[in-house]
Design a protein around this ligand. Structure first.
Ligand SMILES: [Zn+2]
Ligand SMILES: [Zn+2]
Length: 195
């Protein structure tokens, strides 16, 4: 039986949009290739209130560079973002540029003293850019995105958008629940004991 050294669990799909073939790059340290490509966004690329809709175009500008230990990938990803303002719940739509640089180590290279489980490796000359893209995009997204930096949010009393409300919008009427409590403490005549 032929010796099979690759791990079937980690085998990359060469047709996956974010799996890149590095065979065109010479293994001579210093050689490099530039690559521009548009790929569909993978699922769940984002945080709760803001993210890249699955399947939308991500534009990648990449530079692959052969170094001693592997292939160094430097790039930028331009992604569309949609989400919701954390204060006023208005929809947000923008684009975001994420930059990244990662080293993919050759499979037969032993990583010196610091064996790192997170180390990225080439598999059959392929590199999987998805975890790199995910880290680069998601880690930069704000957990509380705002439609604009000074978004005043919603009125806590009536829920009106304060950006649209008249200046000084406020409510004088006490909360009816407090009013009810007020009535209980104001001893009415009904509470007086019968003579
Ligand atoms: Zn807002
Ligand atoms: Zn209000």
């Amino acid at each position: 039986m032929p010796h099979e050294s690759r791990n079937p669990l980690s085998r990359l799909d060469p047709h996956a949009p974010l799996v890149l073939d590095t065979r065109a790059l010479s293994r001579q340290p210093g050689s490099e290739r530039k690559q521009t490509l548009t790929v569909p966004a993978p699922a769940d690329l984002g945080v709760e209130l803001l993210g890249v809709p699955e399947g939308t175009d991500i534009e990648l500008d990449l530079r692959l560079e052969a170094v001693l230990e592997g292939v160094l990938v430097t790039g930028t990803a331009r992604v569309p973002l949609v989400g919701e303002c954390a204060r006023c719940l208005d929809p947000i739509a923008s684009t975001h540029g994420a930059t990244f640089q990662e080293l993919f180590v050759y499979p037969d290279t032993r990583s010196g003293g610091n064996a790192d489980d997170d180390e990225l490796r080439l598999e059959d000359d392929l590199i999987d850019l998805e975890p790199v893209l995910r880290d680069a995009v998601v880690l930069e997204l704000p957990l509380s995105p705002l439609c604009r930096d000074d978004c005043p949010g919603l009125c806590p009393e009536c829920g009106a958008r304060l950006a649209d409300a008249e200046p000084g919008h406020h409510h004088d009427v006490a909360d009816p629940r407090w009013a009810a409590l007020q009535n209980l403490t104001d001893d009415g005549p009904g509470h007086r004991p019968e003579p």
